[in-house]
Write a protein that binds this ligand. Structure first.
Ligand code: ARG
Length: 579
């Protein structure tokens, strides 16, 4: 099979040379070159091995270099410094790799030998509250990770477990009872049927929740009412169950509409409520095998470990003294259900980093309970306002996701050239692309300052900049029609830079997988688009008189275009047909 990536070609040659010299091949690695080196790769194997073999690094490096000179993979191999080996690929190797990349369907993305089944838990918005800006991150990062993992050969089951069972449900029920005490659902003898004529609509629900939450915060009596309603709901009181299912259905339509706009795909939309049947037996089993213990009327799992001596992790509370199961209990029960249903190798949680301690508790408790699945918390920082604090609306409330998207759409509409039709659809793609790219461009653990004007701009590291670059590349190729595109001409200067950048796509994807970090792809795409700009300014394509050069440049345009498109796909960003 032909190698599609430059690093694979380089390493194949290094391995051959190491083998010929009887050296262990795990050091036959091609790393990125030093900053001001002109080489394509650098091999540090001689330095790593010299000590172990009792040889001088320089001698070893020279022996490897001499061996490599028999190989046509490189056009130049040099020893520098104390024993680094600088390697520059030959034109023939480059052309081989480029041709293979252009012919391959996946641009050389390594499909994992150890393909895993992964449950990707992204989000878990709470029913009854509209999605807010924090959900943007879990949905956008989650969708990108989903695509990156699938493209790398893993099987992914994405899940958005709704928070549909907590105190907020009791708060809503008691709020409604105060407003409409005569509703049949509050009658203790109510036994069905379920509401065909809903008592409230979504706008009522959304209006009720903040009022109910504030009242419970201010008034202990209201809180007690909400707690009782929650407990009765959980115990199965039919009227409350009817209201609950109605609230859930209402809220689900609004949640799904936002998720849809963001183009996030989930395979499962279960709820915390779905774990209820297994919670009691799970807690009993954990008590029976002494993983869980009684403590001051509650049931807990002690998760402290010696290494956290200076900052002990509190026990995971499974059941509170009033009998209520907790967030962590549901998470543990969900691990049990997911393990039983999908036998995943890993469960990844894309959830706010402020929940890090919760996940440490849950993961440690899961290990104690005997679950061996790898559990990973993929945390993220907050979306901040200009003041550096989590973004709020002008009125001081949490910024709703739907409103943010609507704002982005109207702003995007302003930057679209007036003559284009399909403006609405285009504005949608630009707006979502802008929001997504702003979210994906920095490392996930760093929060970022939300600046809609900047995000929608066509300049700088923004979604619209990439969308425009992709559209422009596609239009160059369209203009070229069926003109011959084939690598072959000598690639020097910026053409060579662009070629090598295309060939390092797979390495960027691998890095993204290893660190669960879509920003690796964003950074890669930015560098690729910039190099392309430099190439396009300096190297005529369609107007180039030399046929071989034109064909080679066209092939380079085609490969860059496909690579950028795939990068944007991995980020979950749609490319408009025209811009
Ligand atoms: N419902 C939770 C919240 O709003 C997030 C759930 C995240 N997923 C999970 N399995 N814990 O904070």
């Amino acid at each position: 099979m032909q190698t599609v990536t430059a690093v694979a070609a380089a390493e194949a040659a290094l391995v051959e040379a190491f083998k010929a010299l009887g050296l262990p091949i795990e050091h036959a690695l091609a790393s990125p070159p030093h900053r001001n080196s002109k080489a394509d790769f650098q091999c540090n194997g001689a330095l790593a091995l010299a000590g172990k073999l009792g040889k001088k690094p320089l001698d070893l490096a020279q022996a490897i270099t001499a061996e490599l000179s028999n190989n046509t993979t490189f056009e130049l191999v040099e020893v520098t410094g104390p024993g680094f080996i600088n390697c520059t690929l030959s034109q023939a190797t480059l052309v081989d790799c480029l041709e293979a990349a252009l012919a391959s369907s996946d641009l050389g993305i390594a499909t994992a030998d150890n393909a895993r089944t992964i449950v990707l838990d992204f989000g878990g918005p709470n029913v009854a509250k509209p999605l807010h800006v924090g959900h943007l991150r879990s949905l956008v990062l989650g969708e990108s990770l989903r695509r990156i993992l699938i493209a790398s050969g893993h099987t992914v089951i994405s899940d958005i477990p709704l928070g549909d069972w907590g105190l907020q449900m009791g708060q809503l029920i008691s709020e409604l009872q105060l407003r409409m005490p005569d509703l049949v659902y509050f009658d203790r003898s109510y036994s069905g049927p379920y509401p065909s004529e809903p008592p409230i609509i979504l706008a009522d629900l959304e209006g009720m929740y903040p009022v109910a939450a504030a009242a419970c915060k201010a008034d202990p009596e209201r809180l007690a009412m909400a707690r009782i309603a929650t407990a009765e709901l959980q115990a199965g009181r039919p009227g409350y169950r009817a209201l609950w299912s109605h609230f859930r259905a209402l809220s689900m339509t609004s949640i799904c509409a936002d998720i849809d706009q963001l183009g996030a795909h989930f395979d499962l939309l279960a709820g915390e409520s779905d774990t209820q049947p297994i919670i009691a037996p799970l807690v009993d089993a954990l008590l029976a095998n002494e993983v869980a213990t009684q403590s001051q009327g509650a049931i807990v799992i002690d998760v402290q470990q010696p290494e956290d001596s200076d900052r002990p992790i509190p026990p995971l509370i499974l059941v509170k003294s009033d009998g209520a199961a907790m967030y962590g209990t549901t998470d543990l029960a969900t691990i049990k259900q997911r393990t039983a249903t999908y036998a995943p190798d890993e469960i990844i949680y894309v959830v706010d980093q402020r929940q890090a301690e919760h996940f440490t508790q849950v993961f440690r408790a899961a290990a104690k309970a005997g679950f061996t699945t790898r559990l990973t918390h993929c945390g993220f920082g907050t979306v901040n306002g200009a003041d550096g604090k989590p973004l709020k609306t002008r009125a001081g409330g949490t910024a709703k996701l739907g409103e943010l998207i609507a704002d982005a759409k109207s702003k995007a509409d302003l930057v679209i050239p007036i003559h284009l039709d399909d403006r609405e659809q285009l504005a949608g793609k630009i707006a979502i692309g802008a929001l997504k790219f702003a979210d994906l461009s920095s490392k996930r653990l760093t929060g970022y300052t939300f600046d809609l004007d900047r995000a929608i701009s066509f300049e700088g590291k923004t979604g619209p900049y990439f969308q425009y670059a992709a559209v422009r590349m596609a239009s160059i190729l369209e203009k070229a029609g069926d003109a011959r595109a084939a690598f072959g001409a000598d690639l020097r200067g910026v053409e060579r830079d662009l070629a090598l950048q295309c060939l390092s796509f797979a390495a960027a994807v691998q890095q993204a997988v290893d660190s669960y970090e879509p920003s690796e792809i964003a950074t890669y795409a930015f560098e690729l688009a910039q190099t392309f700009s430099r190439f396009y300014t300096n190297c005529p394509v369609l107007t180039e008189p030399d046929k071989a050069i034109r064909a080679s440049r066209l092939a380079l345009c085609a490969l860059t275009s496909r690579t950028l498109e795939k990068s944007l796909w991995l980020l979950g960003i749609e490319i408009p047909e025209r811009m």
